[in-house]
Design a protein around this ligand. Structure first.
Ligand SMILES: [Zn+2]
Length: 105
């Protein structure tokens, strides 16, 4: 058996991991907040294990601090800041963590 380089994960496995993360987030969207939190936790574990970054579109959908799946108007507050550097401010109402995302006009 060929020895694999330490810390390196095959690209095909990474692709699978990304798919898994996406499905878990889709699932989190449809279930209760508590079940959603578990799904987010699992997605993050998968990402950690296979060393993949969270896809851009899911990055703003969860709280990094408490793993909650964020639904605007349910468990998070979304505000737009239009000063010099315009960005979106998402506040998790469960733990108070703040996520800032720059955006272009
Ligand atoms: Zn939170």
């Amino acid at each position: 058996m060929k020895k694999q380089k330490r810390g390196k994960v095959k690209q095909s496995l990474k692709e699978l991991a990304r798919e898994r993360i996406k499905t878990l987030f889709k699932h989190a969207e449809t279930v209760s907040p508590e079940a959603g939190r578990k799904a987010v936790k699992r997605a993050r574990d998968v990402g950690m294990k296979f060393r993949v970054h969270m896809p851009k579109d899911v990055k703003r959908k969860y709280c990094k601090k408490c793993d909650s799946f964020l639904k605007p108007g349910v468990n998070c507050i979304v505000r737009l800041n239009q000063k010099k550097q315009s960005h979106i401010v998402i506040t998790c109402t469960k733990c108070g963590a703040v996520i800032r995302m720059p955006y272009k006009k």
